[in-house]
Design a protein around this ligand. Sequence first.
Ligand SMILES: C[S@@+](CC[C@H](N)C(=O)[O-])C[C@H]1O[C@@H](n2cnc3c(N)ncnc32)[C@H](O)[C@@H]1O
Length: 227
Amino acid sequence: MTELIETWSKDASEEDGMTEEHAWIWREMINIVPQRDISAARILDIGCNQGGFLRMLYDTRPFASGVGIDLARDRVSLANAARGGRPLEYLASSQLADTGGGFDMAFSHEVIYLIDDLEDHAKQVAAVLKPGGHYDAVTCCHADSPLWARWRPKIAEFSNISVPNHSIATIAAAFLKAGLEVSISRFLANAFIPLEPPNEYFPTDVERVETYARWKLCFRCLKDPNI
Ligand SMILES: C[S@@+](CC[C@H](N)C(=O)[O-])C[C@H]1O[C@@H](n2cnc3c(N)ncnc32)[C@H](O)[C@@H]1O
């Protein structure tokens, strides 16, 4: 069982920026939710950190109930403090069974690249989804992305957990082995990608647009409606 931590990043300010930095990507994830009406849905965010994704989803498209789960206790406390009147609950745990299950949909954004045992993760996801439910796991941190070899040691320096080196094939194989139907989308291929001055992650605009448009992937994992 993965141990809990206080914060994911050794430098908590690194994490504080994520809510703002990831907002445009969360909006694109919300845009690809297939259901027209999610008002009765129960929704899970795996690796929720400070909880911003579920808050944004609820404020954009209200749903019945949502659970966020993360290893980082301090971040989960911040998420609970910020939920306001929304029907959200945030838990510090590595075990999805602690959520109570019964989810119509689950999401993770930039989390699967931090999970060593993806087969176990996939099994846990399959167990908490309702039949017909789906899991959108989004990442551009994988061995098939050209910038990953440079990013991985940088992230490993500040991450309080290890940073594995999964490829598209190993990620897909883990979800398939759990009995889920898997499809992949370059879901930012047509998105407007905010440009920023070059930095250590994106040394040029070309690398930024190539990485987001080509290598930021959504693995959509569907649980058979008849199971
Ligand atoms: C890069 S951050 C992304 C946070 C958030 N999803 C976002 O979009 O801003 C990765 C998060 O995943 C969490 N995490 C990593 N492994 C996890 C696991 N096995 N179970 C739950 N959370 C995990 C970390 O603690 C961290 O908060």
